[in-house]
Design a protein around this ligand. Structure first.
Ligand code: NAD
Length: 478
């Protein structure tokens, strides 16, 4: 598997002919190579995008819409092939890629293909002054989209689809750790009739390709999803160039459980919100706070369920928890577990797992840690793996304080049947998204994104189309 750049509608090797190894996390072996591009490749991609922009920016909405929907249909048709590729590249269970990642990637194109036909701009009648203001929302030009490894095609397309729908041309970079499905997407775009140069995909390292995209003087906006540390660097590069910036960053989300919730539904969903995708979803609820009166019952039931999770090869239908994405990430997660062992109590898991036939793969047992306070490092630092903490609380005030007492502010989950309490919490939780009696239920029209160090700017629905357009107000006096 050789992952080439997709520039000006064609696949090509990187200018300097440099390559990165691509690892299969399930086996820990190299199974392909990926273009290790440089600034020169980014420049080629930019020039192709710039040339394509003249036509694409004035292509009728119905035509753009039709092409995006066609991409969606082709992706749906190829769901199995893409799911296999995604699972192999990331270590996630094949079933998850088949039912979540690829269908959602297809849906992103369908959704924004439809959304652009409903997008509108404002007008203001300056009554009594014989003047009318109307606001144009115009494509920005060439924009950059940079995405992470945890939901590779899902998050890559979550940026590209609205950028293209709004009439921009794109220079995009998927994570170098999981580049394959973005590579395969090129052919689908060509087959769907996307004109050459409208989407360009450049593979390679963040510190070369990513940085070159962000620092490019003529790439006018950057949509980035990834870690808070990288987000800070991107903000630094972009600030002197006054680029439009959307940053979707890390999280340390609270999952707050009150005794009056629907217990069984909560328990089942909490297992999913803790360990789906090996806990490598920015929305996973990694800090679980449980009302003291049900703490012991919950602890027992939760651990029983977690112990039943099957850690195994991503291909196996019986696997619930697959491999972590890379050796480096595995070591980072294990390091956090070791730190926790010094001061906290490991209730289950807490170790690497050897899977028969996949001995060099990157597997960790789902880990539950009981913490005595929210200020410990385990509760404050994003681990982004199959690790959650449990802690009891007595009062609403205490748990609200702990939920908000973190530098992050991405999302929160609340379990209660008390309507007043849900209203109080949803108003007072310091984060961008709150789920009540559910988790990760997604309606693509809603604003998506965090506050504090979880990011700035929102994705989703018209928010994304607003991000990917510039406003221009026109005032006519008559
Ligand atoms: P990362 O920040 O290491 O990398 C993300 C992307 O940025 C990759 O494509 C990488 O190559 C690129 N990059 C790295 N350094 C760069 C630089 N100096 N300039 C430009 N680009 C650079 O993140 P990751 O490890 O791939 O992903 C995990 C992180 O992403 C976690 O923190 C997780 O919470 C976060 N995440 C957030 C959301 C969200 O919506 N808020 C969604 C998914 C993941």
């Amino acid at each position: 598997m050789t992952v080439l750049n997709y520039i000006n509608g064609a696949y090509q090797p990187p200018v300097n002919n440099l390559w990165l190894d691509n690892y299969c996390p399930a086996t820990g072996t190299v199974y392909g190579k990926t273009a290790n591009s440089t600034k020169k490749d980014v420049e080629q991609a930019y020039l192709a995008a710039r040339d394509a922009f003249t036509k694409w920016s004035v292509t009728p909405l119905e035509t753009r819409s039709r092409i995006l929907i066609k991409i969606s249909e082709l992706l749906e048709k190829e769901c199995s092939r893409f799911a296999e590729a995604e699972s192999k590249d990331t270590g996630k269970p094949l079933q998850l890629a088949q039912t979540v990642d690829i269908p959602r990637a297809a849906n992103n194109f369908r959704f924004f293909g439809n959304a652009i036909t409903q997008f509108y701009s404002e007008s203001h009648d300056s009554v009594g002054h014989n003047a009318l203001n109307y606001t144009l929302r115009q494509p920005i030009g060439v924009v950059g989209c940079i995405s992470p490894w945890n939901l590779p095609l899902y998050l890559f397309t979550w940026k590209i689809a609205p950028a293209l729908a709004a009439g921009n041309c794109v220079v995009a970079k998927p994570s170098e750790i999981t580049p394959v499905t973005a590579y395969l997407l090129g052919n689908i775009c060509t087959a769907a009739g996307l004109p050459k140069g409208v989407l360009n995909i450049v593979h390679g390292a963040g510190k070369t390709v990513g940085k070159a995209i962000v620092k490019h003087p003529n790439i006018a906006a950057i949509s980035f999803t990834g870690s808070t540390t990288t987000g800070a660097k991107i903000a630094q590069y972009a600030a002197p160039l006054f680029k439009k910036l959307a940053l979707e960053l890390g999280g340390k989300n609270p999952n707050i459980i009150f005794a009056d919730c629907d217990y069984n539904q909560m328990l089942e969903t909490t297992v999913a919100s803790s360990f789906s995708n090996q806990g490598q979803i920015c929305l996973c609820g990694s800090r679980i706070f449980i009302e003291a009166k049900i703490y012991d019952t919950f602890k027992k039931d939760f651990i029983d369920k977690v112990k039943q999770l099957n850690v195994g090869a991503p291909r196996e239908a019986t696997t619930n928890v697959g491999a972590l994405v890379s050796k480096t990430h595995l070591e980072k997660v294990l390091h956090h577990i070791e730190l926790a062992k010094n001061t906290q109590k490991i209730l289950c898991g807490g170790h690497q797992v050897t899977v028969k036939g996949y001995e060099d793969g990157y597997y960790i047992a789902p880990t539950v840690i009981e913490v005595s306070n929210n200020s410990c490092i385990t509760n404050q630092e994003e681990i982004f793996g199959p690790v959650v903490t449990l802690m009891p609380f007595k009062t609403e005030e205490d748990v609200l304080h702990m939920a908000n007492d973190t530098k992050y502010g991405l999302s929160a989950t609340l379990w209660t049947s008390n309507l007043e309490r849900s209203m109080r919490f949803s108003s007072n939780l310091a984060c961008g998204m709150v789920w009540i009696n559910t988790w990760m239920f997604r309606d693509l029209r809603t604003p998506f994104g965090g506050i504090k160090t979880s990011g700035m700017g929102k994705e989703g629905g018209f928010e994304a189309l607003r991000f990917f357009t510039n406003t221009k107000n026109v005032c006519i006096k008559y």
